[in-house]
Structures are given as C-alpha cells and as structure tokens.
Design a protein around this ligand. Structure first.
Ligand SMILES: NC(=O)c1ccc[n+]([C@@H]2O[C@H](COP(=O)([O-])OP(=O)(O)OC[C@H]3O[C@@H](n4cnc5c(N)ncnc54)[C@H](OP(=O)(O)O)[C@@H]3O)[C@@H](O)[C@H]2O)c1
Length: 252
C-alpha cells in the first residue's frame, strides 16, 4: 500500500486531498496543527498526526511517527493581500516561513528516506496568482513564485534518485476559509495604507467580479490535480487546478 503525508489537513484543499487519497485505497497521514480539529472520515488507513510546519521539532516528531512516506504533499499555507508598503516585515517573514521555508524543511525531512528507497514524489501547492502579475499580492505571489522555482529545480536534482517533484497551481477558491483568514490577518495588521484606499477598492471590485463570473476552483479540482501529480509520471511539471487557473495558464 502506498502512503501519502499531507500538511494542513484541518480544512480546505488539504482535507479534500486527504479524503481523495483515502477513497482510492491509499494509506494517508493527514497532518494538522490541532488533530482534534479533524473532520476526516474514520478509516484504518488514516493516521492524523500533529504538525506545525513552521516548527522544526514538530516536523521531526511527525515525520518520525509517520515512517516511510511515498508521497509528500506540501499544502499548508497562508494568504496575504496588501501593498508592499502595507506589509509589516514580520508579516512577510511569517508568510515566507509557512509557504516557502516550511516546504523546504518538509522536503528535507522526507527526502533521505525517499532517496534510500529510490522512489517517491513531492507535490507542492503553489498558486495560479504566479501565472500573471496581480496587484496587492506582491508578497504572497513572491512566496509562491519561489515555491515554483524551488520545485522545478528540485525535480532536476531528484530525478536521478527516482523521485519526482511537481507543483500544483490552484485558482481562486472562494469555498475554503483561505480568504477569510487572510482578511482577518489584514485587519489585525493595520489594514491597507490610506494612500492606497481608492486603488484597493477598485482592485477588490475586480476580484469580486472574477469570483462572481463562475470560473473558480473547487477543493475537488485541487485534490484531483494533486493525485495526478503524485501518480502520473507524464504529469506536467506545473499543473494548474481549477477552471480559472487552467484558463490563465492558457493566456485566457
Ligand atoms: N483558496 C485559494 O483561493 C487558494 C488559491 C491558490 C493557492 N492556495 C494555496 O492552497 C493551500 C491551501 O489553501 P486552502 O484554500 O485550503 O486554505 P485554508 O482553508 O485556509 O487551509 C489552510 C491550511 O493550512 C494550515 N496551516 C496554516 N499554517 C500552518 C502551519 N504553520 N502548520 C500547519 N498547518 C498550517 C491550516 O491549518 P489550521 O487549521 O491549523 O490553521 C489549514 O489546514 C495553501 O498553500 C494556499 O496558499 C489557495
């Protein structure tokens, strides 16, 4: 039986991806900061382990408890929407800590085992926002663009050990709690700079129009894309997930 370890399974894409692998007979290590928050269906192929991806001790404990891992899905991530000038450096470091540095730390934790077994796959969750420039997402896009670059180069380093690496780019998913969490963070960090008020209003209207246009991403879209990235050797290096992400990747 093949085993997948997924980060950030308390909700959203991570939860859906864990359920998707379970339904297909995989052994699933669903990790989350607070395992009591799990809403995954009980299964003898499911283990729920505590993991804060920004904490080195937590990573060491979770990966030791998980044992051999065939596929790692780096899904845990945080959003941030603000101008460069409206982003405190501490916030930027937190975004990069979760979205980028934790992804590297998780890869470093599982790669020795995969190398020894000469097989494995890493699937990192990026963002379709990296497909074209978008205002107020400078810091978030920078963190996710780095995930793309990281994954593409790592794939070249790892191929000779029989390990694949892929990056999945979800589009905008209004049904997960991602947007609400980011909005609460913005409010807690002083909101938008006054000088940008008109621009922010205009940009938000554009985003709401996009969300209402119908072309959005569902958690199921992402789970299917992750499964393909994990199992299909012919899967493209960079895989958009969701109708809007696919349209953007085709320049539409
Ligand atoms: N939703 C979108 O529109 C969208 C679009 C493109 C890409 N993405 C990316 O897709 C991924 C998942 O997004 P989502 O929409 O499912 O978001 P979500 O509903 O907000 O879920 C985020 C998950 O990440 C976890 N997490 C955050 N910080 C963590 C940490 N330090 N350690 C462990 N887990 C942590 C959260 O756990 P807690 O419950 O403990 O907070 C939660 O399980 C993220 O990488 C995000 O950047 C999302």
């Amino acid at each position: 039986m093949t085993t997948v370890l997924i980060t950030g399974c308390s909700t959203g894409f991570g939860r859906e991806t864990a359920a998707h692998f379970l339904e297909r007979g995989w052994s699933v290590v669903a990790t989350m900061r607070d395992p009591s928050a799990s809403t995954l269906p009980a299964s003898d192929r499911l283990r729920v382990l505590p993991l804060d991806v920004t904490d080195a001790d937590s990573i060491a404990a979770a990966t030791a408890a998980a044992g051999a891992i065939d596929v790692l899905v780096n899904n845990a991530g945080v959003g941030w929407l603000n101008a460069v000038e409206g982003t405190p450096m501490a916030t930027m470091r937190r975004v990069f800590e979760t979205n980028l540095f934790a992804t590297v730390a998780m890869m470093q934790a599982v790669l020795p085992g995969m190398r020894a077994r000469r097989s494995g796959a890493i699937v990192n969750i990026g963002s379709s926002t990296t497909l074209k420039p978008m205002p107020l997402l400078s810091i978030y896009r920078a963190s996710k663009a780095a995930v793309n670059a990281l994954t593409e180069s790592a794939a070249l380093e790892l191929a000779e050990f029989g390990i694949r690496a892929r990056v999945v780019l979800p589009g905008a998913a209004p049904t997960t709690r991602f947007g609400d969490t980011a909005r609460a963070e913005i409010a807690a960090n002083g909101g938008f700079p006054d000088a940008y008020a008109g621009f922010v209003r205009q940009t938000m209207e554009g985003m709401q129009h996009h969300a209402a246009s119908g072309a959005v991403t569902t958690a199921q879209d992402v789970a299917q894309a992750v499964f393909r990235a994990a199992t299909d050797p012919d899967c493209p290096m960079v895989l958009p997930a969701g109708a809007d992400a696919i349209a953007w990747s085709q320049g539409r």
